[in-house]
Design a protein around this ligand. Structure first.
Ligand SMILES: [Zn+2]
Length: 234
């Protein structure tokens, strides 16, 4: 065990979630491609839900492999409609082995660029996490979402929240199975994707797939909440 693992253990932010009492699902999007708002956000709103958008401000308005990234106007508009804007570092940096100082600086820089609209919840770009990154995010974030699959229940590590991808190339059977499991056994199931469009990238899904997972969540006695709202009731 190295020094950072020890520090992370001491400073680690864990809580116990009694899954018998709660079943929560959060839908999250990384990197803010336009389609995640106009299609993903719309599907959520059609069901009365809101999502969490993890945004790296340096990417705004760029054309990327996941499509056109939204601008501040769209982001602000969706926040007004009740969606959560969350932190994903400023430069979409790989937090693994970046060192705590660089991670904290990039989170703070992003907070400055998205001043007044960004929450203190965070997700790791590329899902790249190590004990230094967990320690750094612990110092400046309320929660941090990783990409270890599964449902959060029992003792939850808030600096490495489990999350399940909704990617076209993986299919959605596993997602639907986990929605059923969450309804039956409780816990906090967090989904993530990027673009939501008819010809999605390797990191996105189609509107039909997204709609099916959202419909599965809305058909059951599950609370669909942004990460921020889920954190408030946990
Ligand atoms: Zn990202």
């Amino acid at each position: 065990m190295n020094m950072w693992s020890i520090l992370e253990r001491i400073a680690g932010k864990r809580l116990f979630m009694d899954s018998k009492k709660k079943a929560i699902i959060s839908f999250t999007f990384d990197d803010a491609p336009v389609s995640s708002f106009t299609m993903g956000g719309k599907i959520l709103e059609d069901n009365g839900f809101r999502g969490t958008y993890y945004i790296a401000a340096e990417l705004l308005e760029r054309l990327t492999e996941i499509g056109q990234i939204a601008g501040l106007k769209t982001i602000t508009e969706f926040r007004k409609r009740g969606h959560e804007i969350a932190n994903h570092t400023y430069g979409h940096i790989n937090c693994e082995k970046s060192g705590p100082v660089r991670v904290i600086r990039s989170i703070q820089e992003n907070r400055k660029m998205l001043d007044g609209i960004v929450s203190s919840n965070f997700s790791y770009p590329f899902g790249a996490i190590d004990s230094q990154a967990r320690f750094a995010t612990r110092l400046c974030s309320t929660s941090a979402r990783g990409i270890s699959p599964g449902i959060n229940r029992g003792i939850i590590n808030l600096m490495d929240l489990k999350a399940v991808r909704i990617y076209s190339r993986s299919g959605i059977d596993r997602c639907l199975g986990l929605v059923r499991e969450c309804a039956a056994l409780g816990g906090w199931l967090i989904f993530y994707t990027h673009d939501v469009c008819d010809s999605p990238s390797d990191f996105g899904c189609t509107p039909e797939q997204f709609r099916e997972v959202v419909a599965a969540a809305s058909n059951r006695k599950i609370s669909v909440l942004t990460v921020q709202k889920a954190m408030e009731i946990l």
